[in-house]
Every structure is written in structure tokens, then in C-alpha cells.
Design a protein around this ligand. Structure first.
Ligand SMILES: *Cc1c(COP(=O)(O)O)cnc(C)c1O
Length: 410
């Protein structure tokens, strides 16, 4: 290509042409259509490979191996797949990550396990007041069950938790701190390493919710000395609606007792004997029969991310959100839209939130036009840019459509 791109179409085309991993987008169902998908942070697109994996599973594994499948593969699958997520996405050595229940249930199990193991006198759980609802509701419920106090870390809606903010609320009464790596509303990217150090200096444990970061932001759980983490697999890990979550329990914390002690976390589940003896290692955090068929899609995405590399994924994510901010400044700021996300890409995860008091109707109008962002009160349109399934031209078309809808919502 010669010369400097002048039009927006040319600029988007030049960005796509310069993107070494642009072709990966073709691996996703729907990439051949004109639909603009800005909600990969809520439900990632399926990979084409998943259709074949599901067929092979039904016919060759479930259909042919039947109950033998448990001995041959499925019993180990939650931990085998957890190890893969740990290696490819989390910076976690094997034996610390497993795929289990829903995000909400895994959060419950780990929060409850952590506070039950806290020394006497540590009777406070710290959580930020703009964390995802399920995280806040769980902490309030567990505090009520255990006679503990919730200590709120106040954060601004267009930012998130910082080390200074955490230092001001943790102390000798803190049992556990629960925070999100990327804030679901603003996209603010927390400094996990620095905040974890602050929490440890206060003698407490930290649980990081990785739902909005895993698969888009690089993470080094072992090196950052994180205690506990939980994350979603149907967002940037493209596992499909309701695919199960994963949890990470650092090797040093695997002696904790988890509250939903079921037969699949038993040291010897098929003895079916009296009394509960927890399995060694991370297996004890499993409760019942693992949702094997719901783990299929996620395995394809882990394979793809492994091929591309998490640092390339993050670089593409930063380039996409930076381009979205550039277009917001050019097209939407003149229409009264403000940025509800950090401008500094080093403080931003994989999505950008645009604020305007008419965004609810704008999002409804866009869905009619096959442009799919989502809406979060108050007045926030979220542009969720799944790094491997989104092109720069898709960002251009979507942001132009937002401007059109703001001018003419009908
Ligand atoms: C998406 C998300 C969840 C979802 O919880 P489910 O149990 O899967 O519904 C929880 N926490 C955060 C921070 C999320 O972004």
C-alpha cells in the first residue's frame, strides 16, 4: 500500500492489512457476515472447529465409549483443561486450576473457603462497590452467614480498584479481599501484582475475578503470588452460553476446606464409603459430576490462543480499543458522548464504555441493525472487542453506526 490513508475506510483497511493475525477471524462462525459484534466480552462467538468437536464427542466419545468415558478421559478433564487454561492464559503451573461450576458457585466456594480458614479476629471481607453484582451479593451473603463485616472499597464508575485505595481499607481485621482484574463497567485494568502485595502486607488473602480479563489480558498468577482466582469461560474464552467457570487455588492454599463437599471432591469417590475425606490438591474443590459436554467449545479457544500466544492477543486487544477510542473522539465526542473507560491503554482491558444519556435507546436501535454492543446503566454503551474475532473495519462500521443511531434513533 502506498501513500497515507485518508478516508476512514482506508484507515481501517490499512490497520487490518498490517495485522499479522487478522486471518484468525475467519475461524469464527459468523465472521463472513456484515454483522458487527461488540459483545465478545459477554458471550464470545463460537469457533467453527467447535461444531466438529461437538459432533465427534457425541458420536465417538459419548456415543461409543459411553460410561467408559469417565475412566478413559472425563474424570481427569476438569483438571486437564484447567492446567491448559493455566498454562496458556493465566501464568499458572499445573495442579492449581480446574474447570468446575458456574462463576457464581466457584466464587462462593472459594470466598467461603478463604474466610473459614482466616485466623481469629479477621472478620472483614473487602470488596469494591462497583464490582460485578454476583460478586457483591455473594460477599454480602457470606458475611451474613459467618457474622462478618463487608468493608467497601469505594471506586469511581469510570475507573476501578487501585493499590492506594486498597491500602486504605485493608488491615488487621481483613480476612479476604475480592476484586476484579478488569472492571465490567469501565474496563479499568487493576494492577494485580501491586494490590496483591498490599493485601499480603496486611496479612490477608486476595481473590481475583478474571471474568473480564481471561483471554484478552495477560496474567501471571504464580509470579504475582495470587492466592485465589475465578473466571468465566463464555466471554473471551468462547465456551458458549453457560459454559462452566474455572478456579485457581495456589498450591500453598489447597489445604482449605471448601463448603460444598461432594463425592467428586472425595479422595476416593468410587469407594462410596462413610464420611468425607477430601482429595489431595485442587480436586477437593470439585463438588459433583463435572459438566463435560459444556467444556467442549472452550477447549477449541484455548488451542487457538495457544497457537497465537497471549501477548499477541493482548497487543491486538490494545490496538482495537485504542482505535475505538480514536473513533469515539472523532465521531461521537461532537455528539456529546464521553469516554467511561481509561484513556491510557495500560489501564484498560478489552472493552470501552461510551457514556450518553440516550444510550439505552441507541443500543436497542443498533440491535435492529445487526450492530450488537450492550447497555449498562446508567447511560453506558459497552464496546466489547474480542481480540481474535474482531476486525478494525468491524470497529469502524460499528462506531459509525453508533453515531448514526445517536443522530437518528428511529
Ligand atoms: C460475567 C461475570 C460473572 C458471571 O457469573 P456467572 O455465574 O457466570 O453468571 C461474575 N463475575 C464477573 C466479574 C463477571 O464479569
Amino acid at each position: 500500500m502506498t501513500g497515507t490513508p485518508t478516508t476512514r475506510i482506508e484507515r481501517a483497511g490499512a490497520l487490518d492489512a498490517a495485522d499479522a493475525i487478522a486471518g484468525v477471524r475467519d475461524a469464527f462462525v459468523g465472521s463472513e457476515t456484515d454483522l458487527v459484534y461488540f459483545d465478545g466480552n459477554s458471550l464470545g462467538r463460537p469457533l467453527r472447529a467447535t461444531a466438529e468437536r461437538v459432533r465427534a464427542f457425541v458420536e465417538e466419545e459419548w456415543g461409543a465409549r459411553l460410561i467408559r468415558g469417565w475412566d478413559e478421559k472425563w474424570y481427569e478433564q476438569p483438571i486437564a483443561l484447567g492446567d491448559e487454561i493455566g498454562r496458556v492464559c493465566l501464568g499458572a503451573a499445573p495442579g492449581q486450576t480446574f474447570v468446575g461450576d458456574s462463576t457464581t458457585v466457584l466464587l462462593y466456594k472459594l470466598i467461603r473457603a478463604a474466610v473459614d480458614s482466616a485466623p481469629d479476629g479477621r472478620d472483614e471481607i473487602v470488596i469494591d462497590d462497583d464490582n460485578f453484582p454476583t460478586d457483591r451479593y455473594l460477599v454480602e451473603g457470606i458475611a451474613a452467614e459467618r457474622g462478618m463485616t463487608v468493608r467497601w472499597l469505594e471506586v469511581s464508575r469510570d475507573a476501578g480498584a487501585t493499590a492506594e485505595g486498597a491500602a486504605a481499607v485493608v488491615g488487621e481485621r481483613t480476612a479476604l479481599v475480592v476484586l476484579s482484574h478488569v472492571a465490567y463497567r469501565s474496563g479499568f485494568l487493576a494492577d494485580v501484582e501491586a494490590i496483591t502485595r498490599v493485601v499480603h502486607d496486611a496479612g490477608a488473602l486476595v481473590l481475583w475475578d478474571l471474568s473480564h480479563s481471561v483471554g484478552s489480558v495477560t496474567t501471571e498468577l504464580d509470579a504475582w503470588e495470587v492466592d485465589l482466582a475465578v473466571g468465566c469461560t463464555y466471554k473471551y474464552l468462547n465456551g458458549g452460553p453457560g459454559s462452566p467457570a474455572f478456579a485457581y487455588v495456589a498450591a500453598g492454599h489447597q489445604g482449605m476446606r471448601q463448603p460444598i463437599q461432594g463425592w467428586m471432591g472425595h479422595a476416593d469417590p468410587f469407594r462410596m464409603g462413610p464420611g468425607y475425606t477430601p482429595a489431595d490438591g485442587v480436586r477437593r474443590f470439585i463438588s459433583g459430576t463435572p459438566p463435560i459436554s459444556a467444556m467442549l467449545g472452550l477447549a477449541d479457544m484455548i488451542d487457538l490462543i495457544d497457537t497465537v500466544g497471549m501477548s499477541e492477543v493482548r497487543a491486538k486487544s490494545v490496538a482495537l480499543t485504542t482505535y475505538a477510542v480514536e473513533l469515539a473522539d472523532e465521531l461521537l465526542a461532537p455528539l456529546g458522548v464521553t469516554l467511561g473507560s481509561p484513556r491510557d491503554p495500560g489501564q484498560r482491558g478489552g472493552h470501552v464504555t461510551l457514556q450518553h444519556d440516550r444510550m439505552r435507546e441507541v443500543v436497542a436501535a443498533l440491535w435492529q441493525r445487526d450492530v450488537i454492543p450492550d447497555y449498562r446503566d446508567p447511560g453506558g454503551l459497552r464496546v466489547g472487542l474480542s481480540p481474535l474475532s474482531t476486525s478494525f473495519d468491524e470497529v469502524r462500521r460499528g462506531m459509525e453506526a453508533v453515531a448514526d443511531a445517536l443522530r437518528d434513533p428511529a
